[in-house]
Write a protein of this length. Structure first.
Length: 386
């Protein structure tokens, strides 16, 4: 079964390129966190403000982004997101001159707003560019390139930040690249999906329904787990004496490479196996991995890396299953609500507080809870034959 058609091939390729850009931007935070903690001599709880600020932007601007996209369409949503992303990145130049954490947090908030517009546009659009039967597999494939951006960021910038300590150059380069991409999207006409292009919902009412609400909770729980683990990864390995900063950054890059491969593999498997069944298997795997981490010792390190393979397909699969069956207008509205869920990254503040006051292992109770909720959502979808 084809993932997309000749009519939508070029738009699908262009939209998929965006997944790499925001994956790269989000993964830098996991290295930046430890860098600022050492450079500014702050606690884990204080450094968590990097994640809190960025992901709070999703919560505050997801609905406005959805309204903007409903009014002006996906292409303008993408261009607006790219320009905000570029502005935030280039503001790191004066931010570095000021040299305070607050200045950098303002830059990261603006980037977060840009990423919100990008993700609110690209995620539902990827599900539309082809047959509805392969929407989940298609979004998983696009999200695989998000994984490649996540994997490259710690590898390319980990050693640079921990040895040279200059955050200005990487963000300046990112800003220029994103401006170029924005120019490309401003010149290319993307097809705007209409009501006739999609499988209409059996229910035409305005309400989104309980299934969408459950999907929202499940996606929020996943974001709590995934972002918290990524943000805590370097601190955990260095705090346990397993690796140096640079080694831990490279290990994170390896784990995110496994994450990327998991998404490619998941996209292929879902062409033959129901997405809800694949989601259940992966959710159970992540729960077992978190118990392995909490067990401590050498097994904890292997369980932590294995979890990246298990969690890899969760975001696109939950996202697509939640939007399944909605008409185009409600799909855009639901998408804007779903893009509020990265605010779950603020839960890293809780992990930091637990780590500062107890042990480095106990904070993994937070992602364990998140994966248990994802497991419940997968069971719900299996019962509803998704």
């Amino acid at each position: 079964m084809n993932l997309t058609s000749k009519k939508y091939f070029l738009p699908y390729v262009l939209i998929t390129s965006l997944f790499f850009l925001w994956g790269f931007a989000r993964a830098i935070l996991d290295v930046l966190n430890q860098h600022f903690r050492e450079a500014m001599n702050i606690s884990i709880t204080q450094s968590a403000m990097i994640q809190v600020t960025t992901y709070l932007a999703y919560f505050l601007t997801a609905i406005p982004a959805g309204l903007f996209i409903s009014r002006f369409g996906y292409r303008y949503g993408v261009v607006c997101g790219l320009l905000l992303y570029a502005v935030g990145a280039l503001l790191f130049i004066p931010g570095a001159a000021i040299g305070t954490l607050s200045a950098f947090l303002v830059c990261l908030f603006i980037i977060g707003v840009g990423l919100t517009f990008l993700e609110t546009s690209a995620n539902p659009f990827a599900t539309e560019l082809g047959p509805q039967e392969t929407a989940t597999s298609r979004l998983n494939l696009s999200q695989s390139f998000n994984g490649s951006g996540c994997a490259l960021a710690p590898f390319l910038l980990g050693a640079y930040l921990f040895t040279r300590g200059n955050v200005t150059l990487p963000y300046m380069v990112m800003g220029v690249v994103v401006i170029v991409v924005a120019i490309i999207f401003s010149r290319v006409k993307l097809p705007e999906i209409t009501q006739q292009d999609t499988v209409e919902s059996a229910t035409q009412g305005g309400k989104l329904g309980k299934a969408v609400m459950f999907g929202f909770v499940a996606l929020l729980a996943y974001e709590v787990a995934e972002i918290s683990i990524n943000s805590y990864f370097v601190m955990f390995l260095t705090g346990e004496g397993i690796a140096t900063n640079v080694e831990a950054a490279h290990m994170l890059s390896l784990a995110l490479f496994i994450f990327m491969i998991g998404r490619f593999l998941g996209a292929w498997i879902m062409k033959y196996v129901r997405p809800s069944i694949v989601l259940l298997c992966c959710a159970v795997g992540s729960v077992l991995c978190m118990f392995g981490v909490l067990f401590g010792g050498e097994i904890a390190h292997y369980a932590l890396v294995c979890n990246f393979a298990c969690e890899s397909i969760m975001f696109p699969t939950i996202f697509s299953l939640t939007l399944s069956g909605l008409d185009p207008q409600r799909k855009k509205r639901a998408s804007s609500y779903l893009m509020m869920t990265p605010v779950g990254g603020c839960a890293f503040l809780l992990m930091g507080h637990i780590a500062d006051n107890t042990s480095l292992v106990l904070p993994f109770c937070v992602p364990l809870t998140g994966f248990l909720i994802v497991t419940a959502f997968a069971l719900y979808k299996i019962k509803s034959r998704a």
